[in-house]
Design a protein. Sequence first.
Length: 256
Amino acid sequence: MRLSEKRIALTQFHKTVGNPILRTTDITFWVKLLERCMGSIDTKLLIAQSFIELVEQEGLQKVSVSNIVERSQRNRKTFYYHFSDRSKLIQWIFRYGMAEELKKRVREDELVYPRNDAGDLARLPYYTFTKEGVRSINADAFFEALDACFRSKKKYYADVLSETGIDSLSEYLFQLYVPALRNDIEFILSNRFLNEANQQFLAEFYTGAFITYYKRRICEKLADGERVLADMGPFSNIIHSSIASEINAQQRERML
């Protein structure tokens, strides 16, 4: 990589990590940091692709860490440096793929990044926030991105999403998106009142609904080119429009 190319890549990296000061005297340090981070992502992608191929060929239950390191031609130390266990690898694969799909569809200022994640996960958007009116949200882009993310590796996700339990991807998605919908509900409410328990119920109910729908559709073995949301038609924003409708109805009852 020539120095000019490094400076361009470095500038982009600087914007991503949010470092407030970029001085010429820092160029060697920052280039080394950038190359180390890029190398880390490359290794993660290699491990992830090896895992995906194994799951598609052998099935999730038959794939061990030993299989993954053998296929990726890396050692166990390298695997555990990047992922504490197999479930964390599954989560990272989803987050990386989802971030790529979201970036294709919405502006940077509409992307939602995690508040509590560390490392490269903190730089991977997982949701959108697109206002449409005073108290309305349009989540079309999010659901389209989720559709595309799952379809891009549909055989892999059909197997992974069929797994149940506390460390499953389904449970991870639920825990990831309940707070996101809870924030949306607070926006839809604006200055109106709805008690905390009711807000949490709505967030959990609608999160569970869309995760269950996607999971069922993916596990049905979609035909090539078939979209998860093929039958949604004019109801592409049904989750948020339903939430808004229920909140509005509840607010009207409070005023009677």
